[in-house]
Write a protein that binds this ligand. Structure first.
Ligand SMILES: Nc1ncnc2c1ncn2[C@@H]1O[C@H](COP(=O)(O)OP(=O)(O)OP(=O)(O)O)[C@@H](O)[C@H]1O
Ligand SMILES: [Mg+2]
Length: 255
C-alpha cells in the first residue's frame, strides 16, 4: 500500500510524521519504504540516508535503476529512497511531458510488492512532485499543525485531491488527518482540534501529536525520534498513531 503525506503548508509535520510512522511500523515487523520526493531532502537526512548519486531524481532521469536507488536504513525492515536538490528542476524539465503526472507511478509499480507500506514525503507545494506522488498512491495522509490558519489551506488541498482522483487516480482515498504540534497549555490548540473534528469528523485521527522538543532534536542525530528516545511523548504518540493507521488501512479493506 502506498501512502502520500501531503500538505502544501510548510513546516506542519509532514516529514516528522513520515519518519516516525514508518519507523513505528518497521519496528512491528512491517516492510516499509520511505520515498523522499521533497527537494529539501529532510526525510533522507532524518534516516542518515541522503545520497544525491542514487536519488529518486537519478531514477527519473534514467541514470539509475529504482532498485539501485533503494538504500537500507539503520532500522531493520526500513528502506529509503533519497531526494536531492535537483528534484526541484523536475518541475520545469518535465513541464511538456504529457506523462509527467505518472512519473513516480511508472517506477514504483515495480517494487510495490516488496513492501507492506510505502510512504512518500512531499514538498510544501501542490506542484508536479506532489501531484505525481498522489497519482502513484492508494491513500493520502494529511498532517495539520494546531495553529491559527491551519485549516485555511485545507480546502484547497482537499480540492486538489479530488481533481487528482477524477483525472489521474480514481482509487485515491483519504487515509486521515493527523493533528500535530498540539500544545495542551494553549487554548488555540484545543480550538483548532474542535474545529477540525467538527468539520472533518471521523477523518481526524483520535490521537494527536503533542508539541515535543525531542521530535525536533532527533533529526540532527540522523535518527528517528522513536529510535533516539522511545519514551518521549512524541515517540509514544507516533506509536499510538501507527496502531490507528493500521486499523484505518484495514477498515478500508487494504493491507
Ligand atoms: N510535534 C512536534 N513538536 C515539536 N516540533 C515538531 C513537531 N513536529 C515537527 N516539529 C518540528 O517542526 C519543524 C517542521 O516539521 P517538519 O519538517 O516535520 O514539517 P514539514 O511539513 O515536513 O515541513 P516542510 O513543509 O518544510 O517539508 C521541524 O523542525 C520539526 O523538527
Ligand atoms: Mg518536510
Amino acid at each position: 500500500m502506498i501512502i502520500t503525506i501531503a500538505n502544501q503548508k510548510g513546516g506542519v509535520g509532514k516529514t516528522t510524521t513520515v519518519v516516525n510512522l514508518a519507523t513505528a511500523l518497521a519496528s512491528i515487523d512491517k516492510n516499509v519504504l520511505v520515498v523522499d520526493m521533497d527537494p529539501q531532502y529532510n526525510s533522507s537526512m532524518s534516516f542518515n540516508a541522503y545520497d544525491a548519486n542514487r536519488s529518486i531524481y537519478k531514477v527519473f532521469s534514467n541514470e539509475t535503476d529504482i532498485n539501485n536507488a533503494i538504500q537500507k536504513s539503520l532500522i531493520p525492515k526500513l528502506d529509503v529512497i533519497s531526494a536531492c536538490e535537483d528534484l526541484a528542476a523536475a518541475e520545469y524539465e518535465l513541464a511538456d511531458d504529457e506523462n509527467r503526472n505518472y512519473l513516480l507511478k511508472k517506477y514504483i509499480n515495480n517494487i510495490t510488492k516488496n513492501y507492506d507500506y510505502i510512504f512518500i514525503d512531499t514538498p510544501p507545494t501542490l506542484g508536479l512532485l506532489t501531484i505525481s506522488s498522489l497519482t502513484a498512491s492508494n491513500e493520502v495522509l494529511i498532517p495539520v499543525q494546531c495553529e491559527f490558519f491551519a485549516l485555511e489551506g485545507l480546502s484547497k488541498l482537499i480540492k486538489t485531491i479530488e481533481i487528482v482522483k477524477s483525472n489521474l487516480n480514481i482509487n485515491l482515498k483519504l487515509n486521515g488527518i493527523i493533528l500535530t504540534m498540539y500544545d495542551k497549555r494553549n487554548s488555540l490548540s484545543s480550538l483548532i482540534e474542535k474545529e477540525a473534528r467538527e468539520y472533518f469528523d471521523m477523518n481526524v485521527y483520535k490521537f494527536n501529536v503533542p508539541r515535543n522538543v525531542t521530535l525536533s532534536e532527533a533529526p540532527s542525530h540522523g535518527l528517528p525520534a522513536i529510535i533516539y528516545d522511545l519514551k518521549c511523548a512524541g515517540s509514544q504518540a507516533y506509536i499510538a498513531l501507527a496502531k490507528e493507521f493500521i486499523e484505518r488501512s484495514t477498515m478500508d479493506g487494504n493491507k
